[in-house]
Write a protein that binds this ligand. Structure first.
Ligand SMILES: CC(C)(COP(=O)(O)OP(=O)(O)OC[C@H]1O[C@@H](n2cnc3c(N)ncnc32)[C@H](O)[C@@H]1OP(=O)(O)O)[C@@H](O)C(=O)NCCC(=O)NCCS
Length: 332
């Protein structure tokens, strides 16, 4: 039988959506074993609107069969970077190396072209430094590698003596650290929008040009202060003389994997760098996570492999390298 690509609508509680997700999970487990990250349909459906994304969902099956052989989602942005799409694609381990990944990828690329995109920028991860099937697959399909990130994990709790030893304790007349759990205070939102805007251009993206993101208080409110299945904690540094927020960091815990806390964005405004504020906000956030979510047993973080300073600090705090993430780009 010939495998065929079908488009589906994802829905919570829907059998086909779950079968689609299980293909991603099976492919992920084949790469990462027990350390594989999991997600849920609930989160995938929730995240699209919150991030101003349009996602289309595809699966591969054989005619007359319900068995899902491969699963993919195309991700288009609607606020900026309109021409640069993301892609999430997995082939069930029992059906790999039969051309099914290439069939589905070709279909997704054509869909994105038809939807007005001219570039794909996405990533793949592996516990092997020199990559795995995804690396061979990306290179075989004309993608070029733009960046490599190191993934590091630490087991929780990190003891208070270690946190204390690393705490840079900023001068309290210059900076104070504030923390907010599962939502941001209204009076942070304007400054937080400025920080998010800077984050969109200051984070390393390899040699690929991305637009500055158009953040305002309303967009921050929509992302962080509307009910969500994703739990988050954020710490910020406030510059005392001006009262402005000048640094932030986030940790999120997803409903599909409540034992795993994921270190998300961190930024210190350029003019306030060199004062260990990044470390100060991260430590405050880690302390809050340990207090609020005793069920989380691991924190996971990613840094560009060139960010040797941050990687070394993480190592001294007990983080160990557990994988590599490669970013890929292709003009369509
Ligand atoms: C990467 C993945 C999608 C490939 O799917 P697939 O159906 O096996 O791919 P194809 O059969 O179409 O392979 C096409 C070409 O890619 C390359 N390739 C695929 N798997 C490879 C591997 N394990 N090692 C080296 N090259 C590989 C080969 O050049 C292959 O052509 P060939 O079989 O004629 O040599 C699949 O391994 C997978 O789901 N991995 C886990 C999830 C993931 O990493 N997804 C990608 C990131 S979103």
């Amino acid at each position: 039988m010939r495998p065929r690509v079908k488009e589906i609508e994802l829905a919570v509680g829907d059998r086909r959506s779950e079968a689609w997700l299980q293909v991603h999970h099976a492919a992920n487990r084949a790469v990462w074993g027990d350390a594989a990250q999991r997600t849920s349909i609930e989160e995938i459906v929730d995240v699209a609107d919150r991030r101003h994304e349009v996602r289309r969902t595809f699966l591969v099956s054989e005619a007359g069969s319900d068995v899902v052989l491969a699963a993919a989602q195309t991700i288009r942005r609607t606020r900026e970077n309109l021409g640069t799409a993301g892609l999430w694609l997995s082939v069930h381990p029992e059906h790999q190396r039969r051309g099914i990944g290439s069939l589905l990828l070709g279909h997704c690329e054509q869909t994105l072209r038809d939807d007005g995109c001219d570039r794909i920028h996405d990533h793949s991860g592996s516990p092997a430094e020199h990559g795995d099937a995804a690396t061979g697959f990306a290179l075989a399909n004309g993608y070029r590698q733009t960046l490599v990130d190191l993934r590091q994990d630490v087991a929780l709790p990190v003891d208070e003596a270690t946190l204390d030893a690393f705490d840079p304790r900023p001068d309290p007349t210059a900076y104070v650290i504030e923390t907010s759990v599962d939502g941001l205070p209204e009076d942070w939102l304007e400054d937080r929008a400025v920080l998010a805007r800077r984050m969109s251009t200051d984070a390393p993206s390899g040699e690929i040009d991305l637009d500055e993101e158009d953040w305002d208080a309303e967009r921050v409110r929509q992302l962080w202060n509307t009910p969500s299945p994703v739990w988050g904690v954020e710490s910020v540094a406030r510059h005392v003389p001006t009262g402005r927020l000048v640094a932030f960091t986030d940790i999120v815990v997803r409903p599909g994997q409540p034992d795993l806390a994921v270190q998300s964005d961190t930024l210190v405004l350029r003019e306030h760098r060199g004062r260990a504020l990044g470390l100060a906000v991260k430590l405050a956030n880690l302390r809050a996570l340990q207090r609020e979510r005793p069920d989380a047993t691991t924190v996971r973080t990613w840094n560009a492999d060139t960010n040797t300073h941050m990687i070394a600090i993480n190592e001294r705090m007990g983080f160990a390298v557990t994988g590599w993430t490669r970013e890929w780009a292709k003009h369509l």
